[in-house]
Design a protein around this ligand. Structure first.
Ligand SMILES: *[C@@H]1O[C@H](CO)[C@@H](O)[C@H](O)[C@H]1NC(C)=O
Ligand SMILES: *[C@@H]1O[C@H](CO)[C@@H](O)[C@H](O)[C@H]1NC(C)=O
Length: 288
């Protein structure tokens, strides 16, 4: 482990600070009033219902850095049957930014999970009006995959949140949505170790959650912080484990920093993730 990579995670800042800093990236009122109503974290009447759960993990593009336009496009808006496990482990109505109280060291914006959830609800239609989705945000910006190894704080926090989600009202874990690796493109050692570390992560998660066939949907990198993005992308494509699939974000539009997915890109990615989940769920060999 290189000392340089030991950047502080700064997990100590208050959620309120993240919520306020989100307002700074947005235009002035009336957007501010609009967002503050979204940030009120209302409790949900569906909190006690069994949920189809999704663990959201990785780094900034999973946490979301897309800027919030006004009005918010429909796929990013709250829905009564889309819940979020807050940092306090309370189920609240999900409203962006979903990671405001989790990824607290940066201003969070729009990520893929709301459009993903809307895609699933849309597919379920009126026929399955009982479908309640529970999103479990756990991503933290700027993190390398070694920081997600079993025993490290991020891994343990994600497992603890997934267990809490399964316990609080119950339900089943539909998948882990994993979007990470941009920070592993800076140093060649990290890039070449990526595949092995990812495999171990999948195996550890499955063992610790007691779900041997747990679906893991990886997002193929659309960008990188360093020069070894192609090596990490190849590693992602070559994870040969059952029920690990890849949804490739390459080519989706990036923000000016050439690192973060734009709002439009996150919307498209969420939709692609939703389609991938639905396809997996309807395939005959996916039954556990
Ligand atoms: C990527 O390569 C270029 C050209 O060799 C170099 O100038 C740059 O510092 C490298 N970037 C990183 C993050 O190592
Ligand atoms: C997943 O598949 C099962 C069995 O076909 C179906 O009953 C359920 O509605 C599907 N779930 C979603 C979210 O589409």
């Amino acid at each position: 482990m290189k000392p340089a990579a030991r950047r502080p995670l700064l997990l100590c800042a208050l959620a309120a600070a993240a919520a306020l800093s989100f307002l700074l990236v947005a235009p002035p009122p009336p957007l501010a009033a609009h967002l503050s109503s979204l940030l009120a974290f209302p409790a949900s009447p569906y909190a006690g219902r069994p949920k189809l759960l999704f663990l959201l993990a990785g780094q900034s593009n999973m946490a979301g850095r897309g800027l919030a336009p006004y009005p918010l496009p429909a796929p990013f808006r709250p829905h009564p049957r889309v819940l979020r496990l807050a940092a306090s482990r309370r189920w609240v109505v999900a409203a962006p930014p979903l990671h405001a109280d989790i990824d607290t060291h940066k201003a969070c914006g729009l990520g893929p999970a709301m459009p993903f959830a809307h895609r699933l609800l849309q597919e379920a239609g009126s026929g399955e009006s009982s479908l309640v989705l529970g999103l479990v945000p756990s991503a933290v910006g700027g993190t390398r995959i070694w920081m997600w190894a079993k025993g490290e704080p991020l891994y343990e926090a994600a497992v603890a949140r997934a267990r809490a989600a399964l316990g609080a009202g119950g339900g089943t874990l539909g998948a882990v949505l994993w979007f990470q690796g941009e920070s592993d493109t800076i140093e060649l050692d990290d890039a070449t170790a990526y595949g092995g570390r990812m495999k171990r992560l999948v195996n550890d998660l499955r063992a610790d959650l007691g779900i041997p066939d747990l679906l893991v949907i990886q997002v193929g990198l659309a960008s990188g912080e360093g020069n070894y993005t192609d090596i990490v992308r190849e590693a992602q494509k070559n994870i040969k484990l059952r029920n690990v699939i890849l949804v490739d974000a390459i080519g989706l539009p990036l923000r000016d920093d050439q690192l973060h997915l734009s709002t439009e890109a996150q919307l498209r990615l969420g939709d692609m993730l939703g389609q991938a989940y639905l396809k997996f769920n309807s395939s005959t060999d996916s039954r556990q």
